[in-house]
Design a protein around this ligand. Structure first.
Ligand SMILES: Cc1cc2nc3c(=O)[nH]c(=O)nc-3n(C[C@H](O)[C@H](O)[C@H](O)COP(=O)(O)OP(=O)(O)OC[C@H]3O[C@@H](n4cnc5c(N)ncnc54)[C@H](O)[C@@H]3O)c2cc1C
Length: 342
């Protein structure tokens, strides 16, 4: 494919309706391409790792553990979310630590930017239900989050409104590429492992609860030397508790150890969570490359493009990967930190 050729409408098949496939479908349909999305699961999102995500748009906080490029591109991606998705909740995020773990809070502050150190009074104002529980917190006012299942449904609708078509319940295989398809964009997540030898799965577990007693307004990260924990408020009293990060491709149900760990952290955040209903305990596998940085990989002279390796940044970076693919298809994008040619 001549990357310098001006953009014209192309017939594009997108395989996989997770967060990557949905953003590709939306942005490319909006650009004027003819988009068909093929998804193996008969029920939308039932087989997608994306359904388990905390869906925090938190490029500042991610700097604690992610490569700098993830955070840099995360800022651009956050701007795309703001521009395109009205469901983004922009209440910022709050990071706290127990009295014994103040060293963790200092370490987190050192490794990240974009925060304000707030005291007990500000915490009470930001999160009335946490009043009196923490003396100091880090407030990242420019971060956001969304309600995961709603965001997936909304993105599908946004793609459809722009002309994309979806087929659910059909398993795609590379043998069936049709002659009239200009480009196939492969967003199968861990389903593409047989063709992407470097891809691995990283297990994550999370719990969905409904609490009548504790109301949160924004994602809260509670730091601990041994556990990583966040609580993300949804609607209707629901709170997502996440997430474990385990080097394993095991997709079997959540273990008792992980449930104890996450519920123990929720209790430490606020004992009122002990009265909450447990709605779901689930485990999924994050598709990840060795460097944990996602990639747009262009193969077969541009007729096949893999978009994969979301790791724990699928929601954060999905718009950026869609923008890169659009640049490649429309030309003349040939160089970008997320772009690879094979
Ligand atoms: C517990 C947990 C918490 C997480 N928290 C966050 C978070 O807070 N923020 C964040 O950004 N990310 C988070 N992640 C990671 C994120 O969910 C994933 O990395 C990301 O959703 C992967 O998106 P994807 O679109 O690449 O893959 P998927 O969502 O897995 O989508 C791939 C789709 O392809 C389909 N498919 C596969 N093979 C075929 C085939 N042959 N034919 C047709 N369809 C096929 C699958 O059915 C699936 O629907 C979390 C993950 C877990 C497990």
């Amino acid at each position: 494919m001549d990357l310098a050729v001006a953009e014209s409408s192309k017939k594009i098949v997108i395989v996989g309706a997770g967060i990557f496939g949905l953003w590709q479908a939306y942005l490319l349909a909006k650009t004027g391409h003819q988009i068909l999305v093929i998804e193996q699961s008969p029920e939308p999102f039932a087989d997608a790792a994306s359904q388990y995500a905390g869906a925090m748009i938190a490029p500042f906080c991610e700097a604690e553990s992610a490569e700098p490029i993830v955070c840099e591109l995360g800022f651009e991606a956050a701007a795309l979310w703001r521009e395109h998705y009205p469901g983004l909740i922009e209440n910022g995020s709050l990071v706290v630590a127990g009295a014994r773990d103040q060293g963790e809070l200092k370490r987190f502050a050192r490794l990240t930017e974009g925060h304000e150190i707030v005291g007990a009074e500000d915490i009470a104002e930001l999160e009335p239900d946490l009043a009196g529980r923490f003396q100091t917190a880090l407030f990242y006012k420019d971060e956001g989050h969304m309600i995961t299942p709603r965001a997936l449904i909304d993105l599908k609708k946004m793609a459809e409104t722009n002309g994309a078509q979806f087929i659910f319940g059909k398993q795609w295989s590379s043998e069936e590429v049709k002659a009239d398809t200009d480009i196939t964009i492969d967003c199968r997540g861990v389903g593409a492992r047989s063709e992407l030898s470097q891809l691995r799965g990283v297990r994550g577990e999370r719990i969905l609860i409904r609490s009548q007693d504790v109301e949160l307004k924004r994602p809260i990260r509670l730091l601990h030397p041994r556990h990583s924990f966040y609580a993300v408020p949804w609607d209707d009293g629901r709170v997502l508790l996440g997430a474990t990060l385990i080097e394993s491709e095991d997709e079997t149900p959540m273990t008792v150890r992980s449930a104890l760990e996450l519920l123990g952290m929720a209790y430490a955040l606020h004992p009122g969570f002990s009265e909450a209903e447990i709605l779901e305990l689930s485990a999924g596998v994050r598709p990840s490359y060795p460097d944990n940085i996602p990639r747009v990989t262009v193969c077969e002279s541009g007729r096949r493009i893999f978009v994969n390796g979301a790791y724990r940044h699928g929601f954060l970076l999905a718009p950026m990967l869609a923008a890169v693919t659009r640049g490649v298809i429309g030309g003349p994008l040939v160089e970008h930190p997320l772009l690879h040619f094979q």
